[in-house]
Design a protein around this ligand. Structure first.
Ligand SMILES: Cc1cc2nc3c(=O)[nH]c(=O)nc-3n(C[C@H](O)[C@H](O)[C@H](O)COP(=O)(O)OP(=O)(O)OC[C@H]3O[C@@H](n4cnc5c(N)ncnc54)[C@H](O)[C@@H]3O)c2cc1C
Length: 397
């Protein structure tokens, strides 16, 4: 067995955007950081729509080289095809996730982070004086020692049991394809149990007549996506017919504890994802920032105990738990309604007062505030009451 002959301050497992961002923040404070990544190249393969808000770019000083398109509005389609146009207060960018991850990687390397690619971590052990990671690198088993470990493994949870972490309680099955076709100016959202049961589908126009089309459901996402692509092609919107569909899980709900002695979990590995849309980049970056701050203060105090590292979890829950809880409630509500009830809900959202409320309080990153405002409106409860008590059509007799 090989052993890397130096001990790192921090070992980050996983070079997705969240692991890289955490490593960058740590190295900027002078810590010696190693990131191990099982894939051969940063940012490849990537299955992501890459929608990131202007606010996230500003808050985290993200490199804007990856931006492919900019949106100020989106169009929602009801199950029967009714349209609702909604404006955003700030821009939403579609980004190329390969370029995005690689730009962050270059910043991290410049800050002094070391990377080992094609290096899979197969085991993590917590000792009294540090952590020990068993990796396979250049076909040899190698031991890496560090004072602290950060798990940023995305939706791969094989190492969680080694350190006593639970798994996210639920997952969304998502599929996406990038296709040639007629690109519009808005993000399109499609609702309805025929398109994406208990969830929604999206069409994101990119430059050069390309579209990123995807959906999330509780199962069989590729089948639902194939039928949506077929429908869009029959409408003349898509070119070609050989669609390369990629499938991946999205965590719904966080793991129980994201800290233990000497180890923290961030990003999808911790389930820090918006339950409403499945977007994980903003919450992940926010939590990576908090994780890095916690680790930096742990080094200052020379205290890596779980009692000390608990402040990371307290911090991120304070920032996003409300959004997570409200988002999960909204998802549960949507899972209970059929298409006729969805039409009712859609009609409710099209009313001027609710529509104004959406446009005023909708925040791409924090959905809790908007949901909280919505449930305080009597029109909302009237609509919900009608949805669950009045059979469609009977109220109009
Ligand atoms: C179809 C789809 C569309 C999405 N669209 C959006 C969107 O528009 N906006 C948004 O904000 N979010 C979106 N998301 C979610 C977003 O992609 C994730 O939240 C984000 O990639 C999480 O980043 P991460 O760094 O935590 O994990 P990842 O990006 O998954 O990176 C984890 C890395 O860890 C590596 N790894 C795992 N285990 C090991 C190991 N044992 N050893 C070494 N390396 C390991 C993996 O190879 C991987 O490179 C989407 C997700 C899907 C599936």
């Amino acid at each position: 067995m090989n052993r890397l002959n130096h001990r790192y301050d921090v070992l980050v497992v996983g070079a997705g955007p969240i692991g890289i961002y955490a490593s960058l923040k740590l190295a900027a404070e002078g810590l010696r950081v190693l990131v191990v990544e099982e894939d051969a190249q940063i940012g490849k393969p990537r299955f992501c729509t890459g929608l990131i808000s202007q606010e996230a770019f500003e808050e985290f000083h993200l490199p804007n080289k990856a931006i492919e398109n900019e949106f100020r509005s989106f169009c929602v389609f009801s199950p029967s095809g009714l349209k609702l146009h909604l404006k955003d207060k700030t821009s939403i960018y579609a980004t190329d996730r390969t370029v995005f991850d690689q730009s962050l990687y270059r910043l991290a390397k410049d800050a002094g982070v070391e990377f080992l690619l094609k290096c899979r971590c197969g085991m993590l052990k917590i000792n009294n004086d540090g952590i020990e990671a068993r990796v396979v690198f250049e076909e040899r088993e190698t031991i890496i020692n560090a004072a602290v470990g950060i798990l940023a493994t995305g939706v791969k949870y094989a190492l969680h049991k080694d350190v006593g972490f639970s798994l996210p309680p639920n997952f969304l099955d998502s599929s996406q394809a990038q296709v040639d076709g007629e690109s519009g100016r808005e993000i399109e959202i499609y609702l309805g149990n025929i398109v994406a049961p208990h969830s929604f589908a999206w069409v994101v126009p990119l430059k050069k007549n390309q579209l990123r089309i995807g959906l999330g459901t509780h199962r069989n996402s590729p089948i639902f996506l194939k039928s949506l692509l077929k429908k869009l092609r029959s409408q003349g919107r898509l070119k070609g017919g050989d669609f390369n569909i990629k499938r991946r899980l999205i965590p719904l709900g966080t793991i129980k504890n994201t800290y233990t002695d000497r180890i923290l979990a961030v990003g999808d590995a911790a389930g820090q994802v918006k339950p409403t849309t499945g977007g994980g980049i903003y919450f992940g970056l926010l939590c990576a920032d908090l994780a890095a701050k916690t680790v930096i203060s742990a080094f200052k105090k020379n205290n890596f105990s779980k009692d000390f590292l608990r402040r990371y979890e307290v911090g991120w829950r304070k920032s996003i738990e409300f959004d997570l809880t409200m988002g999960l409630y909204l998802r549960k509500l949507v899972a209970k309604i059929d298409d006729a009830q969805m039409e009712e809900l859609f009609g409710l959202c099209s009313q001027d007062s609710i529509r104004e409320l959406i446009e005023k309080y909708w925040d791409f990153n924090h959905h809790g505030k908007f949901i909280n405002k919505l449930i305080k409106r009597p029109e909302f409860w009237k609509g919900i009451y009608q949805m669950f008590t009045v059979k469609p059509g009977l109220d109009k007799i």
